[in-house]
Design a protein around this ligand. Structure first.
Ligand SMILES: Cc1ncc(COP(=O)(O)O)c(C=O)c1O
Length: 364
């Protein structure tokens, strides 16, 4: 019985040809592919500009630089997320202030933001966790308090708000990752910064190129954060496939929802009303995560816990004032969120095998 993996990158003849043509062109950096990929993905997201870069982590760092956040500033971040959501704040010399997530959706809780707000709060990083859009109320809350909203959309290519806005077109700046396991990949490392603000667009493009203008004059601190042309060429082909892949992920998630409703010992993920979930991960909240993982593993099915150690408890934050803080929801769910495969390469039989294993774990 073949192992069912958590993720499987897509690779086809059109992507191969795009990569080879780009290599053959000898135009390997700073060329038309990166420019087109930025424009096409920005247009998909309803943003004014997308700037490809080397990773989602770099995109987050760049977003904070663009918003001129640095020492003395505080940035509100959920603790239940990938570590880069927090470390980007520390890397620009600002302080990440950790907040709890919503009990139903596991995204940052607007009530917790309000409790954590101080005069030094300059930004919020809302993570569209597992592909679920963060609460739209963050937009008005940020506007009311003059706080910037950075979307960490690393897991949310294609997610949509109730009004049909796409992830990436909601905040001041949004950040995507194209790591191979993500909904859209580029044949290696990659990321993108995205903005809907005209006033940030120009600086965003310059930031990945040492803050330089066309005359090679550096106006602000940047670095070489550029994406290679080959990666951008592959990403452009992947973007054409994204909607079809999302539909496949949605149909797998719908089958899971139908099969798991009413099972004892697990809670299925709840989708925020009227939104489109991008299903980067399908996480079950399990009463006995170890048993669920063992049953899956013995059926040759991969699974993962997200995120067993919340960011504030990681060793990198041993000296952070919130290192020993407790967060009611984060503490309750962090060891219990078991992700099962939901990617767009799963066959009907794969999905059936996963369903049978979960049902078995819940009935024994
Ligand atoms: C929520 C979140 N933010 C940021 C990142 C960082 O992206 P990258 O791995 O491309 O640096 C990831 C990647 O896993 C992520 O899941």
């Amino acid at each position: 019985m073949e192992r069912i993996a958590m993720a499987q990158p897509s690779w086809d003849d059109e992507m191969r040809a795009a990569a080879m043509d780009t290599l053959d062109s000898l135009h390997w950096v700073k060329g038309p592919q990166g420019k087109a990929f930025g424009e096409e993905f920005a247009s998909y997201c309803g943003a004014v500009q997308g700037t490809p870069c080397q990773s989602g982590s770099v995109a987050l760092w760049g977003a904070l630089r663009l918003l001129e956040i640095g020492p003395g500033d505080e940035v509100l971040v959920p603790s239940l997320t990938y570590i880069a959501t927090a470390t980007c704040v520390s890397l620009v010399g600002a302080t990440p202030v950790f907040v709890d997530v919503e009990p139903e959706y596991w995204c940052v809780d607007v009530k917790a933001l309000e409790r954590a707000r101080t005069p030094r709060t300059k930004a919020v990083i809302g993570v569209h966790l597992f592909g679920q859009m963060s609460d739209d109320a963050i937009v008005s809350w940020c506007a009311e308090h003059g706080i910037a909203y950075i979307e960490d959309a690393a897991q949310a290519h294609g997610a949509q708000t109730p009004s049909g806005q796409m992830a990436g077109g909601v905040g001041d700046v949004a950040c995507f990752s194209f790591f191979p396991s993500k909904n859209l990949a580029v044949g290696g490392e990659g990321g993108m910064m995205m903005t809907r603000r005209n006033d940030l667009a120009h600086r965003m493009a310059a930031l990945v190129n040492h803050g330089r203008d066309a005359r090679l004059e550096s106006h602000e601190l940047g670095s070489n954060l550029r994406m290679s042309e080959v990666a951008a060429a592959i990403g452009r082909v992947q973007l054409k496939r994204l909607e079809a892949w999302l539909a496949q992920r949605q149909s797998v998630a719908a089958r899971y929802e139908g099969a798991f409703a009413g099972l004892n010992g697990i809670t299925t993920p709840k989708v925020r009303a009227q939104t489109r979930h991008a299903w980067h991960q399908y996480c079950l909240l399990a009463d006995d995560p170890e048993k669920l993982q063992q049953t899956l593993s013995s059926a040759n099915i991969d699974s993962r816990i997200y995120y067993a150690t919340p960011c504030h408890r990681q060793q990198v934050y041993a000296d952070h004032p919130q290192h020993d803080a407790t967060f009611a929801v984060t503490d309750e769910v962090c060891h219990r969120l078991v992700a099962i495969p939901v990617h767009h390469h799963l066959s009907d039989d794969d999905v059936e095998r996963v369903i049978q294993a979960v049902v078995r774990a819940c009935s024994s």
